[in-house]
Design a protein around this ligand. Structure first.
Ligand SMILES: [Zn+2]
Length: 342
């Protein structure tokens, strides 16, 4: 009798340990880009372990899959990509991993930008002339409102994969949304509007009626955050090397006057550089954005002939210490453009 009780006790202890393990087991998540890792970790907290495959200093269009990436993906519970043909290189990683859980179409595979409105949808699909944006412009995360949607997509998938932690993920998502809203509009304004303030302001801003709406309520003095900082950039024309900033520019009311690349993915031919010089002189453009992974030769050539300033920009979280969070990445862009133009 005594012995059998001991056995039962041992079995019970083992079962409890197993259960605790299952509860404590973090979802192992692989993301293509670092901004996705950052957002996933914000929403998933200590219930997930997210790792990004690409180096944030690299051009996200062109990443070479490595055996280490395949290894990371072999036992992942969830694979998250940006999609829109930006991180197509990751298709090889997913295939080579041999991990059935993360293959396209399974719950362990998420295209994070699903249901985010895409700009620059092509009318004619042809990669022969170097269009590396065949599904529209994929640089979608440089508008914080899109990251709000992306964070929601990630939260929904985490709930699906780990339903026992649904409430936890919802709370984390709500908190992250509040962080983004405070960064966008300033804490004071959000506080003045109460619980659904962030949602209301986001809707008004998306419909381009934010300022009028605030004026109507005598709240415009309370506007802070990125929206306030970016007021100084309102209507400013900028040049960029690649079509990286159209979402960012639309959100913060800048105008992209053109690109140094004549076609996305093709280095600028000399006659195009000279045309850009003429355009910058004609339109009084002061700033050229050059992503850190592109040669700055063309930008320097144009700058030296026009007096425009070259700003070296980063597109992914963690490319340098100054942009080690998504929020800092957006702040960096706004402040650098402001500084270069004043
Ligand atoms: Zn691109």
């Amino acid at each position: 009798m005594k012995k059998s009780l001991k056995i039962i006790a041992l079995v019970l202890a083992a079962l409890t340990a197993q259960q605790t393990n299952a509860q404590n087991k973090k979802l192992k998540i692989i993301t293509t880009l670092s901004y996705l890792q950052y957002v996933t970790q914000e929403v998933g907290g200590d219930k997930v372990d997210a790792v990004a495959l690409a180096n944030p200093k690299q051009d996200p269009h062109y990443v070479t899959p490595t055996p280490r990436m395949n290894q990371l993906a072999t036992d992942a519970d969830l694979f998250i990509e940006n999609g829109l043909s930006l991180d197509m290189w990751a298709k090889n990683v997913v295939e080579a991993s041999g991990n059935p859980s993360i293959q396209p179409g399974s719950p362990g595979h998420l295209v994070a930008t699903i249901n985010v409105p895409v700009k620059e949808l092509p009318t004619e699909v042809s990669r022969s002339w170097g269009d590396i944006h065949p599904q529209g412009n994929p640089h979608i995360w440089l508008d914080p409102f899109n990251v709000r949607i992306i964070a929601g997509n990630i939260a929904e998938r985490l709930k699906q994969l780990d339903p026992g932690n649904r409430d936890y993920f919802q709370k984390r998502f709500d908190d992250y949304k509040a962080t983004l809203d405070a960064a966008m509009f300033g804490e004071e304004l959000i506080k003045a509007l109460g619980k659904s303030g962030g949602d209301i302001l986001t809707r008004k801003a998306k419909n381009n009626e934010l300022i009028d709406w605030l004026k109507g309520r005598k709240l415009e003095a309370k506007l802070g955050g990125w929206m306030k900082k970016a007021e100084r950039l309102n209507g400013m024309k900028i040049m960029s090397y690649h079509k990286t900033y159209i979402y960012f520019a639309d959100r913060f009311n800048l105008q992209i006057a053109g690109e140094l690349e004549e076609k996305p993915g093709i280095p600028p031919p000399p006659q195009h550089r000279d045309a850009v010089v003429e355009q910058i002189k004609r339109e009084g453009i002061k700033v050229i954005l050059n992503d850190n992974f592109y040669s700055r030769e063309a930008a320097d050539y144009v700058a030296s002939r026009t007096g425009a300033k070259v700003v070296i920009t980063y597109v992914d979280v963690g490319a340098v210490e100054a942009v080690d969070s998504y929020e800092k990445l957006i702040t960096y862009l706004i402040e650098e453009i402001d500084q270069a133009s004043s």
